[in-house]
Design a protein around this ligand. Structure first.
Ligand SMILES: C[S@@+](CC[C@H](N)C(=O)[O-])C[C@H]1O[C@@H](n2cnc3c(N)ncnc32)[C@H](O)[C@@H]1O
Length: 178
């Protein structure tokens, strides 16, 4: 699957995962929205969650590489169906353990796994020291999302993880108070 990045260039270039992927010819960077080809846009603000049913939507994935500070809804004006990634946890050293807030390579890898392109996910992650940790941390949800039929099923699976997290937090409160 082709991987495209609308590259904003407002993040630390040394830590930018999209630039590193481009160095290995694994993604193509584009400096404007107009120059960015149509594809499934990985957009945390999208109403619909990515699911295996999106395989027929496009043969390209598009991410917006920018700082999280500038990653506002308007910044995602890119052509193609917009999809949010379901509950997955970041494994990179900057945001380790944070759900939903993935960096660009993690977002591509998560999407590729859900769309049945596991080998390509492993290839992009292999360029990062901590890359394999992303697949280890998210092994169970990624397997379940990839086996789902559609977005509604993905959202139902995601809800189980969110509920389990909320129960865990309640549990901690109770023991703190004991
Ligand atoms: C905000 S940028 C941050 C990039 C980071 N500076 C890097 O070096 O990789 C991460 C991009 O990954 C995609 N992404 C991250 N989390 C996502 C989610 N939960 N749903 C959809 N796309 C997501 C979006 O395209 C988002 O703009």
């Amino acid at each position: 699957m082709d991987l495209h990045v609308r590259y904003e260039g407002d993040d630390d270039p040394k830590k930018c995962t999209a630039r590193r992927l481009a160095k290995f010819d694994l993604v193509t960077l584009h400096r404007s929205a107009r120059a960015t080809p149509r594809g499934i846009v990985l957009d945390p603000y999208a109403e619909q969650a990515l699911s295996p049913a999106d395989r027929t939507e496009a043969d390209a994935l598009v991410a917006l590489d920018c700082s999280w500070e500038t990653a506002e809804e308007e910044a995602f004006r890119l052509s193609g169906p917009h999809r949010a990634l379901p509950f997955l946890v970041a494994a990179n050293p900057v945001n380790y353990g944070t759900p939903f807030q993935l960096n660009t390579v993690e977002a591509f890898a998560g999407a590729l796994c859900i769309l049945g392109e596991r080998e390509q996910a492993e290839t992009v992650l292999s360029k990062f020291r901590w890359g394999h940790t992303f697949l280890e941390l998210n092994a169970e949800p990624l397997g379940r999302y990839a086996a789902a039929d559609d977005s509604a099923e993905v959202v139902a699976i995601q809800q189980e993880y969110l509920d389990a997290g909320a129960d865990g937090a309640d549990g901690e409160d109770a023991s703190d108070g004991a």
